[in-house]
Design a protein around this ligand. Structure first.
Ligand code: TRP
Ligand code: ZN
Length: 475
């Protein structure tokens, strides 16, 4: 009797022990956003992507875009459902997770919800494959500008800041989820497709050309590109060994009224090696394994973009824009904002980089540029544009690329240079880059480092320059 009840309780105890861990595994739905104040649905929760293999085919005559995104990610939660970002004008035809068909739905304009079976365990790597197609169309931003896969006369201009990536691939579209990329772009034979990193191969088949590029350094999704069309390409190797890939649209021009002038476009790209050397000396070694520029003619875009390793120029720009986009390879691309309201960390640094480039190349000093801007009174039309809003207190996403982000952002750095002196200031920029390259940063991180390296209490300084509307009167 005693023996039997003991045996029974042991059996019960064993069952309880066995049942406990199973009951503890709870599966959740990954968040449909990643917490950005300006773009609440951009990015997703529950996983981090390591690598993307993008395969996109484009027919410029019909604008038909057909794509397959394969990504490798690690689950950070136990997931019964997770999302990717993909715009609704691209229709998904198949989703596989670890090779098995998964059910999915597209909703809310840019969400693709996926139910993997079996569910995903936290900590595990998994592979997602998404096939889709549709008529390419640009993503329209809160400021009215267009981005994503923007059709041109002969191809597409492909830029994604801040939210264009889901317009051409399935993505965890947050700058905090950097990954490496393989990008294969198939275009009509004879057309060119330029992407990030280095060119692995180019093959012709059935009247089409496939360009295969690979970016082996971490890249934020908005910095991917696949600009394509009729281009003249020139590939060369810099003295340092860095490959330089340039592409110029033979129809590119300065503006709609001027004639096409590819020779001038090539002239604009010519200083790139010197610019790379200049910023390598100033900030620390160049962060990536290739460099270059793509000069297209995309008159409806109206801005250029620092796509990783190869900036996209929408027209023939002035020399300072090339300096600006190359400086972004350090600040913006290697050291990347974590949240979009901190955009001055990208643009203020790139703009100040133009100023110091001028200073060291026989132009005005950065202080002279600062002084000229500082003289603009608050109550003038120009002053309203420059001094409002404060660069780190933007009211909303429509203000992301307004003047204060660039000019007042750069002035903040120049004012800081005055305040802490050149020795501390230049060391601070180098350390900011060295500590944070391939990662993400916030304004608070910069303030903390500036205070640590200068030994000064800088709250009032940064409050005046970054957070208070109007022209700072003392700092
Ligand atoms: N690429 C621009 C720069 O280098 C920034 C940018 C992205 C932009 N999208 C835009 C500017 C839309 C104006 C409008 O600074
Ligand atoms: Zn910029």
């Amino acid at each position: 009797m005693l023996r039997r009840s003991l045996a029974i309780s042991l059996v019960f105890a064993a069952a309880l022990v066995a049942a406990a861990p199973a009951a503890a595994t709870r599966y959740v739905v990954g968040s449909p956003g990643s917490g950005d104040p300006f773009f609440p649905l951009a990015g997703n929760g529950g996983y981090n992507v390591r690598h993307y293999s993008l395969d996109v085919e484009y027919e410029p005559d019909s604008d038909l875009l057909t794509g397959k995104t394969v990504l490798v990610a690690r689950a950070t939660e136990n997931l019964r459902r997770f999302n990717l970002d993909l715009r609704e004008f691209l229709t998904v035809s198949s989703v596989r997770v670890n090779g098995r068909r998964a059910s999915y739905s597209q909703h809310s304009g840019q969400e693709l919800s996926i139910d993997p079976r079996p569910k995903l365990k936290r900590g595990r790597l998994f592979v997602v494959s998404v096939e889709y197609s549709g008529t390419a169309e640009p993503v329209v931003d809160p400021d009215g500008s267009i981005e994503g896969w923007v059709p041109t006369e002969d191809g597409a201009f492909v830029v994604n800041e801040p939210q264009g990536s889901p317009g051409w691939y399935a993505v965890n579209d947050t700058p905090r989820d950097k990954a490496t990329y393989d990008i294969e772009v198939t275009v009509p034979a004879g057309r060119v497709a330029i992407s990030n990193g280095i060119l692995l191969s180019r093959r012709e088949r059935g009247g089409k050309t496939t360009w295969h590029w690979v970016e082996r350094y971490p890249m934020a999704p908005y910095l991917a590109t696949a600009t394509n069309g009729v281009f003249e390409t020139r590939f060369r190797r810099l003295e340092s060994g860095l490959p330089e890939y340039n592409a110029v649209d033979p129809t590119t021009r300065v503006n709609a009224e001027s004639p096409s002038n590819p020779a001038l476009a090539w002239e604009r790209l010519e200083p790139q090696p010197e610019i790379v050397d200049f910023f390598s000396d100033l900030y620390g070694r160049y962060p990536f394994e290739s460099v270059g520029g793509i000069v297209d003619w995309a008159p409806n875009v109206g801005y250029s973009l620092e796509s990783q390793t190869k900036a996209n120029y929408w027209r023939i720009v002035g020399p300072s824009t090339v300096v600006h986009e190359i400086a972004h390879q350090w600040f913006g691309n290697a050291v990347t904002l974590a949240y979009w309201p901190d955009i001055w960390l990208n643009e203020g640094f790139a703009t100040w980089s133009e100023w110091i480039y001028d200073e060291r190349h026989g132009g005005p000093t950065a202080q002279e540029t600062f002084d000229e801007l500082y003289a603009i009174p608050e109550d003038s039309e120009e002053g309203q544009d420059l001094w409002f809003p404060a660069p780190a207190a933007l009211p909303g996403p429509e203000a992301l690329f307004h003047t204060p982000v660039y000019d007042r952002g750069a002035m903040t750095l120049q004012a800081l240079r005055q305040k802490v002196g050149d020795a501390v200031f230049f060391e601070l920029l180098r350390d900011w880059y060295r500590k944070n390259r391939y990662r993400n940063v916030t304004t608070a991180d910069f303030i903390a480092l500036a205070e640590r390296e200068s030994g000064q209490q800088l709250d009032a300084f940064f409050d005046a320059w970054l957070y208070q509307p109007g022209r700072p009167e003392s700092w």
